[in-house]
Design a protein around this ligand. Structure first.
Ligand code: FMN
Length: 201
């Protein structure tokens, strides 16, 4: 097991690259190299996407003034980082019809790949949610000049970490069912109906 981590319980060391990912909100002034930004984007675009439509687009922001304007509008994203990657969905490339919302999962998968790749590169990241909060979407679109069909899902701050957090899982066995929910999981009103109102067979 890695010596970098403190953990209460022993977990399989093969999971460490995932358990070591934490939201880092303090960064040094050191810029992130263009090579590392490129590696993060390679990881992003290795993500799965519905029907492999790859509806993502990325805006890399290192300009101080743009970062300052984003901080001013994202009230939960005021962290000072040397770079941000804004993960966007191109709704023209998204699935048509009932699957059109899959761009959100596709872009979330790309986002998580960036967070995990950053751990491997020794970088810190923090995911700042934008979609589906109307005022955040509007502000990011305006500040970055995004056209109508480019929807910002979220912003990832990236930098060299100036804080350390222990690896951990938040494993909770009460969140797991095997095979299906049983009567003990349901309230009296739910006993004869599924979530869609159909009678349970
Ligand atoms: C969709 C989403 C939106 C988030 N938005 C913010 C945010 O606006 N500001 C922030 O500091 N962290 C944000 N986070 C990070 C969470 O606060 C963080 O993942 C959570 O507290 C667990 O901590 P960990 O990332 O260290 O495991 C967001 C995470 C997700 C997945």
């Amino acid at each position: 097991m890695s010596e970098r981590i403190e953990m209460n319980e022993a977990y399989d060391a093969r999971l460490l690259p995932i358990l070591e990912r934490r939201s880092i909100r303090k960064y040094t002034d050191e810029p992130v190299s263009l090579e590392d930004i490129d590696r993060l984007l390679q990881a992003a675009m290795a993500a799965p996407s519905a029907s492999n439509r790859k509806p993502w687009e990325f805006v890399v922001v290192t300009d101080e003034d743009l970062l300052r304007r984003l901080r001013r509008r994202l009230i939960f994203g005021k962290h000072i980082a040397p770079a941000a990657i804004v993960v966007c969905g191109n709704t023209r490339r998204a699935w048509p019809g009932p699957g059109r919302g899959f761009w959100i999962q596709d872009c979330s998968a790309a986002t998580q790949n960036i967070l995990l790749a950053a751990v491997a590169l020794g970088l810190g990241t923090c995911w700042i949610g934008v979609h589906p909060v109307g005022p955040f979407i509007k502000a990011v679109k305006r500040i970055l000049g995004l056209p109508r069909h480019i929807e910002p899902l979220g912003l990832i701050y990236v930098g060299h970490p100036a804080e350390q957090k222990p690896a951990r899982t938040q494993y909770d066995p009460s969140r797991i069912r095997w095979q299906r929910y049983g009567p003990a999981d349901l309230g009296a009103d739910d006993l004869d109906k599924g979530a869609d109102g159909e009678a349970i067979e």
